[in-house]
Design a protein around this ligand. Sequence first.
Ligand code: ZN
Length: 262
Amino acid sequence: MQDHAKTILCRHATGTHPPPAPTYRPLSSLQVLSSTTAPPNYDPNMEAFISLGKEEAMVLSEQWINSLIIKVIGKSFSVEYLKTTLQRIWKTNHQIRFIALGRGFYNISVPNEEVREHILSQGPWFIASYMLIVQPWMPGFIPSQAIISKAPVWISLPELPIEFHSLPMFQRIASEIGTFIKTDTKALEQNRVRFARIQVLLDLAKKRKEAIWLGAFKQPIYYEEIPHFCTHCQSIGHRSERCPQKPVDKGETEDGAEEENT
Ligand SMILES: [Zn+2]
């Protein structure tokens, strides 16, 4: 199977904000933009400062809050090709507006919430076998500083006792592992109740938890199809030893292989 990944994380918005529901609006991260006082390291001789209150930051962000940021990993395509391909694979006749952000990133505006949810929750998406990463827009996004380290991953909780089978509990469990996206609805039905599956947004740069304690009960966590993550260039889609940004050196191949052997 090929890697799948859909998330870009911006350094300016790494604050964790627990998700109350499968919502993708980064409301709390809007504070990233607002500041009414100059920072302590502000140099008035060399720099200027414009005060930006929360309300104003909200107004500035409003038209972008439902947009998405995308990037094809490992290949550049023309905007026209991307447009037609994405409309086809996302099965939408609506116009998708593209804005190039640089470094292969695009901001795209989708026609409605239904299409947006479909794009974010389904997938992984590929364009001519190249992986497409998709994530909700975030304020303060800077392409050159974007770290691509989060991807949606299915986790399963084998033989999770029946009393823990509820959406709120699944959300609590997911938030300890990553960010809750959705649950396999069949897992909540009576006949498949012993097999709980949850899709979480997992930070691949972090060490994975192998189990979770639910009070006094220890539950193992299984991960399905974890995409490769390169620790060298901090992006999803290839192993470190195959990093295109790494100078090829025969003597180095063994050094770069250590973190993928999980
Ligand atoms: Zn790399």
